[in-house]
Ligand binder design. Structure first.
Ligand code: 5RP
Length: 246
């Protein structure tokens, strides 16, 4: 798969680059062109994935796609899918996922990702990993030389184990911080009932695959936001249509 990685990055040129939302919308429209009637589609979480869900719904409403079922990675995506006419089913009711669309917080040249800015990375990792094709939708601001230098790594943690997990993350060289809700009056609670710890690594993430495993080995960690060898294709919205160099 590694030799395909860079070839699998597709740049989507945007005619009207007046906003970041336009870049996201353009990649979302491009992404749903990959869906065929009868497919089981993984529905990612976040603002870009939301646009893809909306665009998928538009194609279904226009009868351009038939017999589509979605598998949502969050309540947010499930509610949106219902709103835009995309039928969803439980992951346990399907035996495969044909294609999954998802956003990302950071993507490196090897198509490794940091996800979890929307606290949905646990369900996203399950759905994205089993999809026959996992397509990541980003604008050019998400492409980085090295993961973790600017975006802290999200880790979903069992509340019961919060203190020991914080200590273990610090022992790995991280600077963990409990994610708080917008009004800062309490922790963010995920759809699965857990907390999220954002971990800064001052030197960046030097060995993403090793760190993914080490963090997931800590008892009480549910899942971390490093996605290694999960993405098959990255659609990058750029202002000038040029390849983003990393
Ligand atoms: C949610 C995620 C999102 O995909 C990620 O945060 C990107 O979101 P957006 O498309 O809004 O920039 O990982 O857990």
């Amino acid at each position: 798969r590694s030799s395909l990685r860079l070839a699998a990055t597709q740049v989507v040129a945007i005619k009207d680059p007046s906003s970041q939302d336009n870049l996201k919308r353009a990649v979302a429209k491009k992404a749903v062109e990959l869906v065929k009637s009868g497919m089981v589609v993984g529905l990612g979480t976040g603002s870009t994935s939301s646009m893809a869900i909306e665009e998928l719904g538009n194609l279904i409403k226009a009868n351009k796609l038939k017999d589509i079922v979605g598998v949502a990675t969050s309540y947010q995506s499930k509610v949106l899918a219902r709103q835009f006419g995309v039928k969803t089913v439980d992951l346990n009711d399907v035996n495969h996922i044909d294609i999954a669309f998802d956003g990302a917080d950071e993507v490196d040249a090897g198509m490794n990702l940091i996800k979890g800015g929307g606290a949905a990375h646990t369900m996203e990792k399950v759905v994205d990993s089993i999809a026959k094709e996992c397509v990541i939708l980003i604008d050019e601001t998400k492409v980085v030389k090295s993961l973790g230098l600017s975006f802290p790594l999200p880790v979903e943690v069992l509340p019961f184990a919060l203190a020991p997990v914080l200590r273990a993350l610090a022992a790995l060289g991280g600077q963990p911080e409990i994610r708080t809700a917008l009004r800062k009056d309490g922790p963010v609670i995920t759809d699965l009932g857990n907390m999220v710890v954002d971990v800064r690594f001052p030197e960046g993430v030097t060995d993403p695959a090793a760190l993914e495993t080490k963090i997931n080995m800590i008892p009480g960690v549910i899942e971390n936001g490093l996605f290694i060898n999960v993405a098959n294709k990255v659609l990058v919205g750029t202002k000038d249509g040029e390849e983003t160099s990393v």
